[in-house]
Write a protein that binds this ligand. Structure first.
Ligand SMILES: [Zn+2]
Length: 565
């Protein structure tokens, strides 16, 4: 790719507003033109509206250890709908039966956004996507094929002509079932521009309504990526018949910058994830994209359907459900994003807020207070708090959370937002359904100069009781060894963490255990006021995932093996 002069972005952005609409063309009624989500303040013309395509449930779930079960995925999808995203990529239907079922559930239960399923350019994958989405009122098939020389030569072993033939075939097959078809040229950022042009042009000709230009490996720089989008706009015949989409990975920390550079050149769909989760260093972060567009209206002059005050609750929910904590200094949603420490800043803040603040915390939905409920709080107060935290539960589910809430309130004086989130995530609501092993009894002895020993009794699915005693380097190690003895699973511990969920001496501890097993990497979590018991339950959570092959980790692994944009 050529080296353009630096700092070309601002003029390009100005020029962009005057560029022809990318969503026009009555022949291809793009879903992106659908009426803006309810509550969107301004009516915008297609050319200044960005389609927000969220792939937290597909690319995001490919983060190591970020596996979600079906209920959790539906809950995240509901939060995404509340947030106002245009498209939810719910999975890769052909990758695993679990993926297919999740897409189906999201398509059936989450009305409003378009629900997309990823597919390779083959009959089987597209059929699986159709199976997953045929009941969804608004659906998209997202087909992809790698185009870069390195992928052509080493992964696909296909010549350029073969790539074009397959891409065209894939898009056409998808169009037989779906009106809305997106084509991704995987590894676009490392593809020869002329060839990329040809592939994109042929994909549009075959019926693609969105053409995605992924920087699959996070290699692009804002200038090179902008060049690519500009080149396509200039050289692809009929480019105005499709929406140009950007999909950037964060390996060099440039995913958001690259996405915005693409948008400035006329891309009108951004693929991103909540908290920027995703394979390796992750994807472009939705909240950063949205707040950059909002805060720099003066330059970007673009709109989208996102209700920004739902950003923080959505971030918390995804973090809770996946177990992937958000770094404190993360832009927009990190704990420190709006905290001012230095005295001089505080003085400036008090006199005039904007001295040091370009956004207000309320704009992104930062909770003013963390302390919310106590022993005497009622069901209604809890329900209100759950909604504010981004959870959309039915009455029956709220009853269950309320029952757990009352138990906790007896043990703990103040119930914080984090405690409520933990109740939902660890309880029976979004937790695991059936389990292979349950903890019946646990005791440990340890102390200075004694050998730590644990005695564990578990009940299996048939109700039979099994017991084991083991010693270890410490009481937790002894517990893990005893559980291994009973269940017969031998695993390699990769990570073990205890975090306090909220504050106070009576705070609950959340234990996270990550292990390696020949079938994959598994992560388990549990909550308890007793850390040894919490550790046992977290380890059991892992064992149950392995035993029941719930292993959403497997689904993510299967997807990774199939490749993806
Ligand atoms: Zn990706």
């Amino acid at each position: 790719m050529s080296n353009p002069p630096p700092n070309t972005a601002p003029p390009a952005a100005v020029a962009n507003g005057a560029q022809p609409a990318t969503l026009s063309g009555p022949s291809t009624p793009s879903p992106a033109q659908a009426p803006a989500t309810k509550g969107t303040p301004t009516v915008s013309t297609p050319q200044d509206r960005i389609v927000i395509f969220d792939t937290t449930l597909r690319d995001g779930e490919q983060s190591p250890g970020a596996s979600m079960n079906l209920d959790q995925k539906v809950q995240v999808a509901k939060a995404l709908r509340g947030l106002g995203v245009d498209v939810i990529e719910a999975g890769f239907a052909a990758a695993s039966p679990g993926d297919l079922a999740s897409i189906q559930a999201v398509g059936r239960e989450v009305e409003g956004p378009i629900v997309a399923s990823l597919s390779r350019c083959n009959k089987g994958d597209i059929a699986a996507s159709w199976e997953a989405l045929k009941d969804a009122p608004r659906r998209r098939c997202h087909v992809f094929l790698a185009t870069s020389p390195i992928h052509r030569d080493f992964k696909l072993k296909m010549a350029k002509e073969e790539i074009i033939r397959r891409a065209v075939e894939g898009v056409k097959m998808a169009r037989e079932k779906f009106e809305d078809v997106e084509f991704s040229a995987e590894d676009s950022a490392r593809t020869e521009l002329e060839f990329l042009c040809e592939v994109v042009e042929r994909a549009i000709e075959a019926g693609a309504t969105t053409v995605n230009i992924p920087d699959t490996v996070g290699y692009a720089l804002p200038t090179t990526y902008a060049d690519t989008i500009r080149y396509l706009k200039k050289n692809v015949r009929n480019i105005e018949k499709a929406v140009i989409s950007v999909h950037c990975h964060n390996d060099l920390g440039l995913a958001v910058a690259n996405s915005l550079a693409g948008v400035m050149e006329g891309a009108r769909q951004v693929e991103c994830t909540i908290n920027g989760i995703g394979e390796r260093a992750g994807n472009a972060s939705l909240e950063e994209i949205v707040m950059a567009v909002k805060t720099r209206q003066d330059v970007l002059k673009l709109t989208n359907g996102i209700k920004t005050e739902r950003l923080y609750p959505a971030s918390r929910l995804v973090s809770q459900v996946t177990g992937l904590h958000v770094q404190r200094n993360k832009a927009i949603v990190g704990q420190n994003a709006f905290a001012h420490e230095a005295g001089i800043h505080q003085h400036g803040m008090l006199t005039h807020r904007e001295t040091y603040e370009i956004m207000r915390p309320e704009e992104v939905g930062f909770a003013k207070s963390q302390l919310v409920l106590g022993k005497h709080s009622g069901r209604h107060a809890l329900k209100e708090r759950l909604v504010a935290l981004g959870y959309q539960l039915n009455d029956q589910q709220i009853d269950k959370v309320f029952a757990d809430f009352k138990v906790l309130a007896d043990k703990k004086k103040d119930i914080y937002d984090a405690d409520i989130e933990a109740l939902v995530v660890h309880g029976q609501i979004l937790g695991k359904g059936s389990v292979a092993w349950q903890l019946e009894a646990l005791s440990t002895t340890s102390g200075t100069g004694t050998l730590p020993v644990a005695s564990v009794a578990l009940v299996d699915a048939s109700g039979a009781r099994h017991q084991a005693v083991a010693s270890g380097d410490g009481p937790v190690d002894a517990v893990f060894k005893a559980v291994e003895q009973v269940t017969g699973y031998s695993v390699q511990l990769r990570d073990y963490q205890i975090a306090s969920v909220s504050t106070g001496e009576d705070a609950q501890g959340e234990v996270t255990v990550e292990v390696e097993h020949p079938t994959g990497v598994y992560r388990g979590r549990a909550l308890s006021t007793d850390i040894i018991e919490g550790s046992a339950r977290a380890f059991l959570d892992v064992v149950n995932r392995i035993a029941l092959k719930v292993a959403p980790a497997d689904a993510a692994k299967a997807r990774a093996e199939l490749g993806s944009p």
